[in-house]
Design a protein around this ligand. Structure first.
Ligand code: SAH
Length: 391
């Protein structure tokens, strides 16, 4: 039986159309009528009182409504959360053959807006990214405990988006113990994640398949730019004679050195430097590399920043192409949602033209199985990768 005691929110026809189009968000301007009610679950209806299901309510946010359940007859309760998280977890099962770290829940991509859950071996790291989802915390933790049986659950609730929801930014344990450093495996490589202090929830799980791909092609002198904690570097090290890992973060590279040691990769060298400066200096020195990875941070944090971001990507990829030895391979990536696939191809074309080299696109890649893209929710698509070679 559906709950009728939840506050009732009426959506404008535009808001209702957005849901009908397959997007779970309704913005403040598309709320026709709403009671003055705190964050939590609400019932939705259109202006003709037709029920539209159950949603998370975030009264301080521009994104007021995030729909969880379209069926007005279904109640969002402990059992609902258990089933939804079980479905998400089941879809990840094939990954277990190659890794013990994956995204268990990818928010909107899994029909669970503003919820992120990552697994690193025996622990889980959760991000509750809206005021509405915060109110469901107990159900979520109960479901994760029962389904995933972790030794600990940590809430990495320090993400900046929480401020826009009127929420505090904190990191706190929700269950058991989560160590500062957690070892996981990824396609035969051993890696340390830093759940409490690392970027995202402690590592960049979304590049897993791309790391395996590039690792399988690596040879000669290899370079990993924007390396973070040497993630691509450890995969490159399996085929390459030497690997240089460059990042501006000394902390990340300190863990990168630990990761190299863990894998017995004495031929990985870490360099703390600004990537743009370092690439220009390498060019001046006349350095050449056979395998290069360039995986920058999101240069386009907003749509307005896109033109400048595109110039930044083109510049850094051009520098990478210029450093390639004959027959070399560059893997170039962008994790900016605002930079769509056509823009990414445009950037690559410019970088190729400006490098003056004959560049071939061998393969395009995107997000792995545990970071699903829902076609009606453009925000779920962000990662693009290109495998390029020069003659
Ligand atoms: N390749 C990594 C993820 C990279 S995330 C992986 O697969 O795990 C982007 C990285 O770029 C971060 O580690 C950040 O410290 C680094 N970074 C940001 N700006 C930089 C700059 N100007 N020069 C060098 N590194 C930079």
């Amino acid at each position: 039986m559906a709950r009728t005691d939840l506050p009732l929110v009426t959506l404008s026809s535009k808001g209702a159309a957005r849901l009908a189009g397959g997007h779970p968000w309704v913005f403040r301007s598309d709320i026709a009528q709403a009671p003055n009610t705190p964050p939590g679950l609400v019932r939705l209806q259109d202006t003709r009182q037709r029920p539209l299901g159950t949603a998370l309510w975030s009264p301080a946010s521009e994104i007021r409504v995030r729909r969880l359940e379209a069926d007005p007859e279904r109640t969002v309760d402990a059992g609902w959360w258990h089933d939804a998280i079980a479905r998400a977890g089941a879809r990840r099962r094939p990954l277990g053959a190659h890794t013990d770290a994956w995204r268990v829940v990818h928010g909107e991509g899994d029909g669970l807006p503003s919820l992120v859950v990552d697994r690193y071996a025996d622990v889980l790291v959760v991000q509750l990214l809206s005021a509405g989802i915060e109110t469901q915390r107990a159900h979520i933790v109960d479901a994760l405990r029962a389904l995933e049986r972790p030794e600990g659950i940590l809430a990495r609730n320090d993400a900046a988006v929480r401020a826009r929801e009127g929420l505090s930014r904190t990191t706190e344990p929700l269950l058991g113990h989560v160590p500062e450093s957690v070892e996981f495996r990824e396609h035969g490589v051993r890696m340390l994640a830093a759940p409490h202090t690392g970027q995202k929830t402690g590592a960049f799980l979304d590049q897993r398949d791309n790391r395996a791909l590039v690792g399988s092609l690596a040879r000669g002198r290899a370079l990993d730019v924007f390396s973070y904690h040497g993630s691509f570097a450890q995969h490159l090290a399996r085929g390459a004679d030497s690997v240089t890992a460059v990042d501006v973060s000394a902390d990340a590279l300190a863990r990168g050195a630990e990761n190299a040691a863990l894998n017995g990769h004495a031929h990985v060298t870490t360099v703390v430097a600004d990537a743009f400066d370092w690439l220009r200096e390498a060019r001046t020195r006349g350095d050449r590399f056979d395998t290069i990875v360039i995986d920058p941070p999101a240069f386009a944090k907003s749509r307005a920043a896109l033109p400048q971001a595109m110039r930044g990507y083109a510049d850094v990829f051009r520098l990478g192409l210029l450093l390639l030895a004959e027959g070399g391979t560059l893997f170039a990536a962008s994790c900016s949602h605002h930079l769509g696939l056509p823009d990414f191809l445009d950037v690559l074309e410019h970088a190729a033209a400006d490098s003056g080299r004959r560049v071939t696109l061998r393969q395009l890649t995107t997000q792995p199985l545990d970071h699903p893209i829902v076609l009606t929710i453009p925000e779920t698509q962000y990662l693009k990768g290109a495998l390029l070679t020069v003659d």
